[in-house]
Design a protein around this ligand. Sequence first.
Ligand code: NAG
Ligand code: NAG
Ligand code: NAG
Ligand code: NAG
Length: 433
Amino acid sequence: MMQRKLALLVGIGALTVLLMLRWEHVMTLVNLMSSKQPSAEPELPPDTITPIPGSRHLMVSAFKDHRLGGAIRVSSIICRQELQPLYCVLCANTDAKAVGALNQCAFSQAKVDVHSESFGFPFVTSDVLCMSPALQQATHVSITANPYANLTFLSIHNQEVKESFRYNFTVCISSLFGEYNNALQFAQTMEMYKLIGVQRVVIYNTSCGPDIEKILKYYRKEGMLEVVPWPIDKFLTPSTGWKYDLHHGDIHYYGQLTTLNECIYRYMYQSKYLLLNDIDEIIMPYKHANLEKLMGTLQQQHPNAGVFRFENHLFPKTQFDDSGRFRLPRWRSVPGVNILEHVYREPSRKDVFKEWKLIINPRSVEQTSVHSTLKQFGLVFKVPSDVCRIIHVREPRQAQLSKDQLFVDKKLWEFEELLIPSIDRALNESGVL
Ligand SMILES: *[C@@H]1O[C@H](CO)[C@@H](O)[C@H](O)[C@H]1NC(C)=O
Ligand SMILES: *[C@@H]1O[C@H](CO)[C@@H](O)[C@H](O)[C@H]1NC(C)=O
Ligand SMILES: *[C@@H]1O[C@H](CO)[C@@H](O)[C@H](O)[C@H]1NC(C)=O
Ligand SMILES: *[C@@H]1O[C@H](CO)[C@@H](O)[C@H](O)[C@H]1NC(C)=O
């Protein structure tokens, strides 16, 4: 332990003396080492994903965590086979006008918390934690494996604790990739979300098909949607499947776990609750008129719960409602699945792993995976499926079952009166019709 500490001191010896020096001096020294002209302007990232110098790791964004005494958490993607010591450079911007005025910096060794879920892939969602008490006022942070490298600074979000939120219900959709162009299902799902009380949807976009692109732009302009650029394929070879043994690649599903975790911190003080589900899933209350009433009841019954788990129920897109009531000719030209036509639900299987998705209070969660959280402060409650369940229209899991072996579930039809005109408007105004 002593030896490691000594090695660290020697390694960054020159830089430790810079603690609390002016930013220009830091830059001068950093620049002397890299023989560049001095400059007072720290470099800000051009992308949502930034390489960590001297390593294959990547950093995404930085947040103050008030639950951990104000530690700075940098959402990161770590190559776990190559985990060398990492350093934090925390800087304070005392003149709020310009990042050029960063004028106090503190160096410290980072603590790396590699999440326990990786699905076997070499690059793993992680938190790089900077806990230097020297700089509680830090506004920017950089992570590096090489203290002599040119540094890129991330601004630190969530500086203030908030008690009231702009949104009550926000859906985090982890990653859009490939040529995904299921425009009809997406527009229908967005309108359905609105009717059950979702005010905001966040989607991490690596790439998408042309019609989905139009729908995304429509909802962004309309104000409900935030699209976060997610160019993970510029940095790593993403896997198109969930399991390393089956699908290979550097990282699970285009960094799904990183985006889900990033979304928690991005919306921690913007939304009372977050729904962590996929683009083709709707967490649907069956006994309450909307999410507000559902969560009001659940939270009252379970005041210490911060994580609510919901069972996934599959509606095969291969089974159609016989009446053809919602097979509207005007939607025929829109690519994608018409969820209103699929009213048959597969029975759950007792012997098969149940899939869950989550509604969380983001302030009570530290780390999450897809079907459950990994680290949380409050209790976890599994919601009975007659109270609320996920409507998931997709390829069948039990394709051998015929219609009479499936349940008829027309929950979505209850919203017909408001739903149909609003889907029409979205398709029309986005220009896909
Ligand atoms: C720092 O950046 C300059 C200019 O972009 C480059 O020439 C130099 O090689 C970089 N130094 C290091 C250590 O990467
Ligand atoms: C959130 O819920 C509260 C009641 O719990 C309500 O007063 C408020 O208007 C809601 N906010 C939004 C954005 O719907
Ligand atoms: C999604 O990402 C792709 C690839 O970068 C880009 O071409 C497209 O415009 C993005 N869509 C939106 C709505 O941001
Ligand atoms: C679509 O938009 C056009 C022109 O903006 C309008 O005339 C038409 O009625 C709209 N159709 C629907 C179904 O909303």
